[in-house]
Design a protein around this ligand. Structure first.
Ligand code: ADP
Ligand code: MG
Length: 702
């Protein structure tokens, strides 16, 4: 059957050599149309471009040899597995060499004597002779020409060049994909339209789209491949940035929000009654946030600040102004402990200003919060459940935002909006202690405005951190005991956790450890136990005791990671520290060093592999969360560190979250373009591509 004229939309099964069966297999690779096929980029290339005479090959060299099959035969191995070996002799004008394949008995038919082939692979040595084992090959002459790509005079796909290597599935080989792509490319190449403005191509020194798509598969050399990669990686990052910036704009345009007036006098009063003066970073963040709140469009801002940088006060200022304008604020946090603590702190801070606060958790749902009086509702996930009734929410704050999914955050915003009689959207402030390098933030949170607290309150001494060898464990306990007794300070001991979330095992481990420590190590001290499976009343009591100084040591599972604030605690032991990521260790460590007293962090490790040692040594040397984040990024990669996968973040084929230059360039190119064509009206094709690519993205950004 003659192949129809191909277009990019042609379903793949209509291609010659595909049909329904292969189409089904290709679908597993998400290849359904010609465009998908061309868009299935190789993840690497093999360099078979060195074409060598047979008598000049060297051991270990990756080469392409061109010659004639002189002999070929099938051999059975002696083992019972009935494996077969195919041996062939290849000859050119300079000599002969042995080719070997395994379990491909049909090769004796495919490659009969006198066939001219090109064979590519790595040269091995057997005694004094050379071999090419399991080479890639293609027939380049057999009376008729089969191949299309150039070797000398001829054109090849599998040998004699940079050869693409694709991800494959059962029944789809690399060879098959290469042939298909090589055949289709020239037919549709002229239909591939340029979608980037000429200006950007010139400015960023990018090659045209159709050239990039051809060269990413079959580049003539490394330089051509690099250019293709650069262009296609730029596409990915640029389209994402366009999407993020447009989402941000759309959000701002579409979301009428209450105007929260700045009351400078009240703000001044609030700041003056604090027991400390604000850091410059706090002052700046408050200013940025309050400026947003005064606008009739909803704020959508991320407040990023290392542990202990004082995000709560910044939030409190925003809550105060919101209440002052007659609106409620809803603050959502990931754990009951934290909810309780924020509730206590904020109630205290805001009471002088007549602001009534309420606490809403699963275990505390009877509170009336839709009365006119309550101006702050602090709670857990309970805030998004039906029993949470709001009055008019002007501000939604989400603390430790990475602990919540996109949909949970969206739901809270939605509930707040429904509670408002004018259906105004609340302003949104998300907070995170995870330090994120700026460029990464541009991709993960590119649709948000960002305020950064890059400064700790003055007088904080870096937490002295030590990786303690097992032999020093007892001495360490002894030292801690002395410190506690002579300075009336308090300590945390963080037990290993078994699973990422609180489980039966981790609870049990903590309980056992607690008993051991109380009985055998610290019989004269007052110990408490805290884990996530305790009733919230019990948790509250323990935390209250700890903050009143009625406990010396709090033994806890890593639930304390998120935001517990007990300034008098200045020692923390972290068990099985090797099982934590750097960001998490840094968070845990941030539980101490919250006063001007010198604080200590002792890391114990179960098994100390090489990677773990590098990580824990970094903890000893570095106190800056951002630097640790960068190291974490290098060691573990962005996917793991930022959980981009869980958050439905688009995965890149070629772009990388660690390519800071690319991110900066794509961002500024996108900003430039939108500055002159804010809705892409003059770039309809580009607009459609962005819309198609991100059609499933959530409406409420981040
Ligand atoms: P985080 O950013 O980790 O949420 P918090 O808001 O819990 O930090 O603040 C940590 C501690 O620092 C709290 O005890 C808080 O009262 C205190 N604090 C906040 N801002 C300042 C400041 N400017 N000077 C001194 N202490 C401060
Ligand atoms: Mg906090």
């Amino acid at each position: 059957m003659a192949e129809p004229r191909l277009s990019l939309e042609t379903p793949i099964q209509y291609l010659k050599g595909v049909g329904p069966k292969m189409a089904k297999r290709l679908a597993k690779l998400n290849i359904k149309t010609v465009a998908d096929l061309i868009g299935h980029f190789p993840f690497r290339h093999q360099d078979f471009s060195l074409i060598s005479p047979i008598n000049q090959v060297q051991e270990g060299e990756t080469v392409t040899l061109i010659g004639q099959i002189k002999a070929i035969s099938n051999h059975y191995t002696r083992s019972s597995t009935r494996k077969t070996i195919q041996r062939a002799i290849l000859e050119d004008e300079t000599g002969i060499i042995e080719l070997i394949w395994f379990n491909q008995p049909y090769l004796t038919k495919t490659l009969p004597i006198k066939t001219t082939i090109a064979a590519s692979g790595k040269i091995r040595r057997r005694g004094r002779r050379f071999q090419l084992v399991a080479p890639d090959f293609e027939i380049i002459d057999q009376g008729k020409t089969i191949s299309r790509y150039q070797i000398g005079e001829r054109v090849t796909t599998d040998t004699g060049r940079l050869t693409p290597v694709y991800s494959t599935v059962f029944g789809i080989t690399n060879k098959y994909l290469r042939r298909l792509i090589a055949r289709v490319l020239p037919q549709i190449k002229d239909q591939i339209k340029e979608f980037l403005p000429q200006k950007i191509l010139i400015q960023e020194k990018l090659i045209p789209q159709k050239e990039a798509l051809a060269k990413i598969h079959f580049p003539e050399n490394d330089a051509a491949l690099e250019k293709a990669k650069k262009r296609l990686a730029f596409n990915e990052m640029f389209l994402l940035q366009l999407h993020l910036l447009m989402t941000k704009r759309r959000w701002q345009k579409r979301q009428p929000a209450p105007i929260i007036k700045l009351d400078s006098k009240r703000l001044q009063q609030f700041i003056e009654q604090l027991p400390f003066s604000l850091t410059q970073a706090q002052t700046r963040a408050i200013k940025e946030i309050l400026a947003d709140l005064e606008k009739p469009q909803a704020m959508n801002r991320l407040l990023q600040g290392d542990v202990g940088s004082g995000k709560t006060i910044v939030a409190a200022a925003a809550i105060l102004m919101t209440a002052n304008s007659g609106y409620q604020s809803a603050l959502m946090v990931p754990t009951e402990i934290l909810a309780q603590q924020h509730y206590n702190n904020l109630s205290q801070l805001l009471k002088p200003f007549g602001i009534k606060a309420a606490l809403l958790t699963r275990n505390n749902k009877l509170q009336m919060v839709n009365d006119q009086m309550t101006k702050l509702i602090v709670g857990t996930h309970a805030l998004i459940h039906k029993y949470a009734q709001f009055d008019r929410v002007g501000l939604v704050i989400i603390d430790e935002q990475h602990r919540f999914g996109v949909s949970q955050r969206a739901k809270l915003v939605q509930r707040a909006q429904l509670a408002d009689k004018d259906r105004l959207s609340p302003h949104i402030l998300t907070m995170t202690a995870t330090p994120i390098p700026r460029t990464i933030a541009l991709t993960i949170y590119g649709d948000l405005d960002i305020s950064v607290l890059d400064e700790l309150p003055p007088g904080r001494k870096p937490v002295k951190t030590y990786l303690v060898p097992p032999t020093k464990r007892d001495a360490c306990y002894q030292w801690i005991k002395n410190q506690i007794i002579s300075h009336q300070i308090q300590a945390f001991i963080i037990c290993p956790f078994v699973e990422p979330s609180e489980t039966f095992e981790s609870v049990k481990a903590a309980t056992v450890e607690y008993q051991r420590l109380q009985k055998e190590i610290f019989p004269d001290l007052r110990l408490g136990l805290l884990h996530g499976k305790m009733k919230s009343k019990e948790k509250e009591e323990i935390l209250l005791k700890m903050s009143r100084g009625e406990l010396d040591i709090l033994v806890a599972t890593p639930v304390v990671e998120v935001g517990i604030d007990i300034p008098n605690a200045s020692i923390i032991i972290i068990e099985a520290a090797d099982r934590f990521g750097l960001a998490q260790l840094h968070q845990l460590r941030g539980r101490v060093g919250r006063s001007d007293r010198q604080a200590y962090c002792f890391l114990f490790a179960d098994k100390l592999g090489k990677k773990a040692r590098v990580r824990l040594r970094a903890m000893e040397k570095i106190n800056d969360g951002m630097k640790l984040a960068e190291i974490d990024l290098q060691i573990r990669g962005p996917g793991e560190v930022y959980g981009t996968r869980q958050h439905g973040f688009p995965e890149f084929q070629l772009a990388s979250l660690t390519d800071f230059r690319l991110i900066e360039q794509a961002r500024s190119a996108a900003e430039q373009l939108l500055a002159s064509d804010s809705d892409l009206k003059n770039h309809p094709q580009l607009k459609r591509i962005v819309a198609d690519r991100f059609q499933n993205a959530p409406i409420i950004p981040n």
